[in-house]
Design a binder for this molecule. Structure first.
Ligand SMILES: Nc1ncnc2c1ncn2[C@@H]1O[C@H](COP(=O)(O)OP(=O)(O)OP(=O)(O)O)[C@@H](O)[C@H]1O
Length: 234
């Protein structure tokens, strides 16, 4: 049975006279991969940030696992983000002074875990993402694709139920982009977790099970891909 883990209802957001989102409603089924596409300025990042509780909507609601999150106080939303959500951005926003494993361990440590307890799961995630042996390298000693896989590990080590990615392959060449999407899909929707990814890249979108296209803050296409790879390694 399908379970809607995230539900947006009639989200509207204005920035001055710009309407970034226009009464947009969208349900995301748990364990699936969804790409959000659309021209520059169509509202993709605004939508992602609202689904993730980073932004509160001007009007409308976002419900996560049955709880309305859009009206929660900042502190509650930030706890929810740390504990239930993971984030992967175009530039991994990793800390260059720390090693790969320390960067990943930082996520559970921010939730109160001791470093000695956080390092083991962090190393396991790096291994699962093909980075065994690179745990002690600093970020500058990794390729762009390897660094993005560290960011993917960091997004998930806390047990996040939903992973939000904003142009996760935007800074990578096409082969590396394929590798990173393999890693992202297999570790998320391939593993029962939910992935929502904003992308301009049709190759990235085609790997997802569903593609939602925005224009002027509205959904203008919503396509399910029977052939969505759901994380299969190709
Ligand atoms: N903080 C802000 N202040 C003013 N306008 C904003 C702000 N954030 C977004 N906008 C405007 O809202 C609209 C939607 O922006 P958004 O970043 O969501 O689009 P996008 O589809 O993610 O674009 P891109 O692909 O270029 O990242 C745009 O017209 C943008 O200029």
């Amino acid at each position: 049975m399908t379970h809607v883990i995230l539900q947006a209802d009639r989200l509207t957001q204005h920035y001055g006279s710009t309407r970034a989102l226009d009464a947009l409603s969208l349900g995301i089924v748990e364990g699936t991969s969804t790409a959000i596409m659309g021209a520059s300025g169509s509202g993709k990042t605004t939508l992602l940030h609202m689904l993730a509780g980073i932004l509160t909507p001007g009007s409308g609601t976002v419900t996560f696992a049955g709880q309305a999150i859009s009206g929660l106080p900042d502190s509650e939303r930030s706890r929810l983000r740390r504990e239930q959500f993971g984030f992967v951005f175009q530039q991994g926003l990793l800390i260059p002074e720390l090693t790969a494993v320390e960067n990943v361990a930082l996520a559970p440590m921010l939730n109160g875990a001791k470093k000695s307890d956080a390092i083991g799961p962090a190393a396991q995630w790096l291994q699962a993402l093909g980075l065994a042996g690179m745990e002690d390298r600093r970020i500058g000693q990794l390729s762009g694709g390897q660094a993005q896989r560290v960011a993917i590990a960091r997004a998930q080590v806390t047990g996040a139920r939903v992973i939000f990615a904003d142009e996760p392959t935007g800074a990578l060449d096409s082969n590396t982009s394929q590798d990173v999407m393999n890693a992202l899909l297999s570790s998320t929707s391939g593993n029962g977790r939910t992935l929502v990814v904003v992308t301009h890249d049709p190759n990235v979108a085609a790997r997802c099970q569903r593609v939602v296209t925005l224009s002027d803050g509205r959904i203008v296409a919503d396509t399910a891909h029977a052939a969505g790879s759901n994380g299969a390694q190709s």
